[in-house]
Design a protein around this ligand. Structure first.
Ligand code: CA
Length: 227
């Protein structure tokens, strides 16, 4: 999952970025409104966290311009305590949720997860498809009730595919959403990762949860059992 954070307080930006990276997110950052606007227009984001008081261009203007330009990713705004008008203005501009500073990282992460799963049509934190259950809060996979250990990248790949269960996801899309801009993006790495995840998800080789569609990409094939 790829997240943009626009925040001009450097220590806060660094703290949030580091903690989201530790949770497995690919994180892009900007410290002013103009750079942030550009990142949201050019990068394939899964969500953005936007401080409202920014140099160059306010957070409200950034969101308005994204929305009028057709950018649909979910946006979480950061507002100062006691400024209820900011929340209203932010939501009216096209933000989806807000968080009042100072906030706990756990709350930011839970709100981001909720926003991201809703864009995939899921309302519950545990994504269930047949025998496969992925707990997006605990970041844990169970297969027929048994816990299966995943690496951080295996987890990110599976979460991305399950959030879009039933739809084809191209290799380019996966690479762009799983890795940061300057990461090594060799497509062989992705194929190896998919192979490892398949063996963990389907030890008996009878489920085939991840289909390969030649020249198009991958599809998580099992039907959703909840939503
Ligand atoms: Ca600020």
């Amino acid at each position: 999952m790829r997240i943009l954070i626009i925040e001009d307080e450097a220590p806060l930006l660094e703290r949030v970025a580091a903690q989201l990276r530790a949770q497995g997110y690919a994180v892009d950052t900007a410290t002013n409104g103009r750079d942030g606007l550009y990142c949201g227009q050019e990068y394939p984001l899964d969500a953005a966290v936007v401080d409202l008081g920014l140099p160059d261009l306010s957070g409200i203007d950034v969101i308005r311009r994204w929305r009028s330009g057709g950018q649909r990713f979910p946006v979480l705004i950061l507002t100062a305590r006691g400024r209820w008008q900011d929340k209203v203005e932010g939501l009216e501009a096209g933000a989806d949720d807000y968080l009042v500073k100072p906030f706990h990282m756990e709350e930011l992460q839970a709100r981001l997860r909720a926003l991201i799963r809703r864009t995939g049509g899921w309302t519950q934190a545990v994504l269930c498809c047949g025998p496969v259950a992925l707990d997006t809060g605990a970041q844990q996979l169970t297969l027929e009730g048994q816990v299966v250990e995943l690496t951080a990248y295996e987890y990110k790949l599976l979460e991305y595919l399950m959030l879009r269960a039933g739809t084809v996801v191209s290799k380019t899309e996966l690479t762009e959403h799983l890795y940061e801009e300057d990461a090594d993006r060799d497509s062989n790495v992705l194929e190896v990762l998919v192979g490892r995840l398949r063996r963990k998800l389907d030890p008996g080789r009878d489920l085939n949860p991840i289909e390969t569609l030649r020249g198009r990409g991958y599809r998580f094939r099992l039907e959703r059992s909840n939503a």
